[in-house]
Design a protein around this ligand. Structure first.
Ligand code: ADP
Ligand code: MG
Length: 592
């Protein structure tokens, strides 16, 4: 994997207050939800001491003196639990709703960033990393965080309510409980910090592990052919071990938290029982009734479970925050494409297709030779220009410059005599159709793939395009014709069929400039003949830039431009170049 890029200060390095405020901004919109959530969690917490409180009079008077009517007991108990059921349900629902709304906004923002991101993002991050962050991490983060907040809020209020009740019953005993709280809080604080760090590390390691699997799925044939299984297994093993160690590290700190807090609690608990017993035996009027004592012990024991849950709540909160923040970090690290949206009046709806490059250079990396080095080239409207040259000579870079998939680091590119940087991106890109070696099809119907980007699918036109692309017969044989859904990246189509589908897509777009980047390189001769035929149809009346590996396919171009190490070394017609006896002639000889 590429070395990690320096990202603009990741969330974990910023102050906690700022981080919380940032997260809060996503979850604060749904006001009514917060009112309901807080109201019902408070109510749930407050009704908790009602159970021991009911017990006390019952024990002190109810059974022995019969002051209370019998029917009141079940009515009160059932009523109490109905109320608690209602508030618990409402609280849980409201918080889930808050999480849902926040996640919706965050996800949409992330996906919008993906759609408008500067294209360098896609060489920095793999598809699986991006999918993982946008889909899974946001979801896990939000649901873990909210689940934890639900627990923390309900148990927090429960603890407060129970403590208040304990104070009311016997303040001196309750003081001991208060010694307990700071001890537990301190333990939690230390553990949280450690856990957060480990959690971040293990998320990064998980990503890397997934990346190894992805790579080995994609490259399974090459790995076997080269006998690289051993090295790959070792790579996987190393990462797996690191992940295991991190998981154990995280478990050590989270698993130690509960026993430690319980130990502190048990010491306090036994002291309290001792004091309660001595008070009960004293004859100074402060003695505790049987009901009071049972209620106190009951409420105290009820305190243990929510306190323990509160101690455990730290883990999902830190995990959830870390996951959500990785989404935010992604958003911060991504720059948007530079666009001149105000330039719409200066440019034509449909370009003539006249292209000019003036001394254009492209550098992908500062430490490498430029991919294009001072290239100047004029292409007339309607002309077919072929780019030829050894691999790595910059042909694809030149083609990718035109729809601004690649940014030039020097020089000027003009379409219809207007600087490409003055064109609004959308208007500029509307002028180009591209067929490359690695066309990607979307998991949608044939018709939707052909009419990609169109607001309305013109079925007659789709059919005509499929016919011109030599694909109509095959599509007709599919179960639902052009409405057949292709599946992920249309894997059931052959290479030639996919290429022809891409050509149909280019035909449908009907753009004035056509870019063909090794559109036939991966095909066998038979498929190539069909694709060639289709390509010749699509080239009619358009400015065409064609890169082809097989020189036979470009002999008929109006002009052939030969490139070498990012420079144009010769140009002319097929016959002229053969006569000149340069690189083109030599390449022809190899091919022959
Ligand atoms: P061609 O299409 O003629 O084979 P390219 O235009 O693809 O050549 O590549 C020209 C040079 O730029 C090569 O040295 C290649 O390694 C480099 N290059 C191409 N794309 C990238 C990229 N996204 N990041 C870094 N270097 C790149
Ligand atoms: Mg190329």
């Amino acid at each position: 994997m590429a070395s990690p890029d320096p990202q603009p200060s990741p969330s974990s390095q910023r102050p906690m207050k700022e981080r919380l405020r940032r997260l809060w901004s996503y979850f604060k919109q749904y006001r009514a939800g917060w009112v309901l959530a807080i109201g019902s969690t408070v109510a749930t917490g407050i009704t908790e001491p009602a159970i021991p409180a009911l017990l006390q009079p019952l024990l002190d008077r109810g059974f022995t003196q019969g002051e209370l009517p019998i029917w009141m007991v079940p009515v009160t108990v059932i009523g109490l639990f109905m109320l608690r059921g209602l508030t618990q349900f409402a609280g849980q629902y409201a918080l889930a709703r808050i999480a849902g709304e926040g996640m919706l906004v965050l996800r949409r923002q992330l996906f919008d960033r993906l759609l408008t991101a500067d294209l360098t993002l896609f060489s920095r991050q793999s598809a699986s990393q991006l999918a993982n962050t946008i889909v899974y991490e946001v979801q896990n983060g939000a649901s873990q965080l909210v689940q934890a907040v639900i627990t923390a809020a309900r148990d927090g209020f429960t603890v407060i309510a129970l403590l208040a009740y304990l104070f009311y019953l016997n303040w001196s005993l309750t003081m001991i409980v208060l010694v307990l709280v700071p001890c537990v809080a301190w333990i939690l604080k230390v553990m949280t910090r450690h856990l957060y760090k480990v959690t971040r590390q293990s998320q990064v390691a998980t990503d890397e592990l997934a990346y190894v699997v992805e790579e080995n799925v994609l490259a399974h044939r090459m790995v076997r052919l080269h006998g690289a299984q051993g090295a790959q297994a070792e790579r996987f093993e190393t990462l797996s071990r690191r992940l295991r160690d991190l998981a154990l590290k995280a478990t050590r700190s989270s698993a130690a938290t509960t026993p430690l807090t319980q130990l502190v609690a048990s010491v306090a608990l036994s002291t309290m029982i001792g004091i309660a017993l001595s008070q009960g035996q004293s004859a100074d009027g402060r003695s505790i009734t049987v009901g009071g004592f049972v209620a106190f012990i009951g409420a105290m024991l009820m305190l243990v479970a929510p306190t323990r849950r509160l101690a455990d709540v730290v883990n999902p909160i830190t995990r959830g925050m870390a996951a959500l923040e990785r989404g935010l970090d992604l958003m911060d690290s991504v720059e948007s494409e530079v666009d001149n949206t105000s330039g719409a009046e200066q440019v034509p709806q449909r370009a003539q297709g006249h292209i000019e490059l003036r001394d254009v250079s492209v550098r992908y990396r500062d430490d490498a030779a430029p991919a294009l080095d001072g290239v100047s080239l004029r292409i007339n409207a309607g002309e077919t220009v072929a780019l030829v040259g050894p691999s790595g000579s910059g042909k694809s870079t030149l083609v990718n410059l035109l729809p601004r998939f690649v940014q030039s680091s020097g020089g000027q590119i003009l379409l219809d005599d207007v600087d490409a940087k003055s064109w609004p991106l959308a208007a500029l890109r509307a002028q180009f159709a591209l067929v490359s070696q690695d066309v990607t099809m979307l998991n949608d119907s044939v018709a939707a793939n052909v009419a990609l980007g169109a607001s309305h699918i013109d079925r007659d036109r789709v059919l005509a395009c499929l016919e011109d692309a030599n694909l109509a017969a095959h599509v007709a044989s599919l179960p639902q014709g052009m409405d057949t859904v292709l599946g992920h990246n249309a894997t059931e189509l052959s290479g030639g069929q996919r290429q022809r589908l891409a050509i149909a897509r280019a035909l449908y777009k009907d753009a004035p400039v056509l870019l063909l980047d090794e559109a036939t390189s991966a095909l066998d001769t038979e498929s190539e003949r069909l694709v060639q035929q289709a390509m010749r149809r699509v080239m009619v009346g358009r400015t065409t830039l064609v890169i082809a590996h097989r020189l036979s396919t470009i002999e008929h171009a109006d002009r052939i431009v030969v490139m070498e190490r990012g420079k144009i070394t010769e140009q002319g017609t097929h016959t002229e170049l053969l006569a000149a006896g340069g690189l083109y002639a030599r390449l022809q000889n190899y091919a022959g």
